[in-house]
Ligand binder design. Structure first.
Ligand code: FES
Length: 179
């Protein structure tokens, strides 16, 4: 009778354990294979989506579809002869929550600004003798011709609005970015 050596037994066991398809000592379950297939599918899908997004970006699809719309807001503020009497007019613009000021300069031009100081939002007042808009909270002052800072704590100029006179009425305008 032929005896099998211990070494032959071990080799035979190893051969049995090997996966016939891949030659690995551990069998691959079908679950493992389907998992790998799923991952490859995911990669292919991701690559496809990236390609489509890239093409859309190339044709400015996103910029054209989602670009910010600008809207012009206009308000009739006061009659010219009325503001000539006092030199300025307080109103609300661009919304009813935003205080604004319209001033008539000595040369006859009009300027309109937000009435909120850019430091801590205190109201500014018109001082024609100093050609400035003054904030009493921390002594901030702004040039009345363009709203730039002259002195004090503010670092930013006053927001300025466009002014138009039509048929004896003063209108203010602003372009708003709508997203
Ligand atoms: S709030 Fe106007 S200067 Fe401070």
């Amino acid at each position: 009778m032929k005896t099998i050596s211990k070494r032959d037994q071990k080799t035979s066991r190893q051969r049995d354990c090997r996966n016939k398809d891949f030659g690995y000592p551990v069998r691959q379950s079908s679950e493992h294979r389907s998992c790998r297939r799923g991952f490859l599918g995911f990669l292919a899908g991701f690559a496809g989506i990236s390609l489509v997004l890239n093409q859309l970006e190339k044709f400015n699809f996103f910029r054209n579809t989602f670009k910010a719309q600008s809207v012009s807001v206009s308000k009739q503020v006061v009659r010219v002869e009325e503001i000539e009497k006092v030199g300025y007019c307080l109103f609300r613009f661009p919304t009813e929550h935003d205080p604004a000021i319209l001033v008539k300069l000595t040369d006859g031009d009009f300027r309109a600004f937000s009435q909120q100081c850019t430091h801590l939002l205190c109201p500014v007042v018109y001082q024609p003798e100093k050609a400035r808009l003054f904030c009493a909270c921390h002594k901030g002052s702004f040039r009345v011709t363009d709203g730039s800072v002259i002195a004090g704590s503010p670092r930013k100029p006053l927001p300025r609005f466009l002014v138009e006179v039509v048929d004896g009425w003063v209108y203010v305008k602003e372009e708003l970015e709508m997203s």
